[in-house]
Design a binder for this molecule. Structure first.
Ligand SMILES: Cc1cc2nc3c(=O)[nH]c(=O)nc-3n(C[C@H](O)[C@H](O)[C@H](O)COP(=O)(O)O)c2cc1C
Length: 168
């Protein structure tokens, strides 16, 4: 697969089979992704792959917290600024309409939306999850390094015939 095809065939996939991804495939992807650029070559990403038993346990624990109405951990940052301005506000709501519309969920059906969103905690059924961390005291430039790293991982996954979904 060439780079153009990897880029244009990548999309956020939210339903997976449970077919195991061989460890050597993930190792190949992560070894190559280490070539991703970063300012002053800091390589500020810390990546952990979780599969099989530990991933099942993680999903189980997340499901239990969700079922118990757990308020979750205190967020350390806002995903979007308050009062998101145009044109981003409109794009965000168009995304919501497309995503939930495709699932047949009405705009005002908050409960069904929450149920669909809960699939995030199941990693959408994916058989492998990559958790990527950054040191708290690093700043926006390093966050962008991490973004480049993750996109590199996702394109390499395409080269292996695999799909992914970014989750924040
Ligand atoms: C930083 C980031 C965080 C995201 N977080 C989530 C998430 O938590 N759950 C989810 O289902 N999709 C998430 N996505 C996927 C986006 O919704 C998706 O990339 C976007 O709608 C564009 O669609 P595409 O990736 O299929 O081109 C995230 C994407 C990015 C880049």
């Amino acid at each position: 697969m060439d780079v153009y095809e990897a880029v244009t065939s990548r999309r956020a996939v939210r339903e997976f089979t449970d077919r195991h991804v061989p460890g050597e495939v993930l190792e190949r992807v992560l070894s190559a992704a280490a070539w991703a650029p970063s300012a002053s070559n800091l390589q500020p990403w810390h990546a952990y792959v979780v599969t099989r038993g530990p991933l099942a346990e993680l999903k189980k624990r997340a499901g239990e917290r969700l079922a118990a109405g757990d308020p979750w951990d205190e967020p350390e940052y806002e995903m979007y600024p308050p009062g998101l301005k145009s044109p981003y506000r409109e794009r965000r709501s168009a995304f919501g309409e497309q995503r939930y519309g495709a699932l047949g969920i009405a705009r005002d059906d908050l409960e069904a939306r929450q149920r669909a969103a809960a699939a995030n905690w199941e990693c959408f059924g994916a058989p492998a999850a990559l958790f990527c961390y950054i040191d708290r005291d690093l700043g926006p430039a390093q966050w962008s390094d991490v973004g480049m790293y993750l996109q590199t991982v996702m394109l390499l996954l395409r080269a292996e015939g695999l799909h992914s979904c970014t989750q924040m």
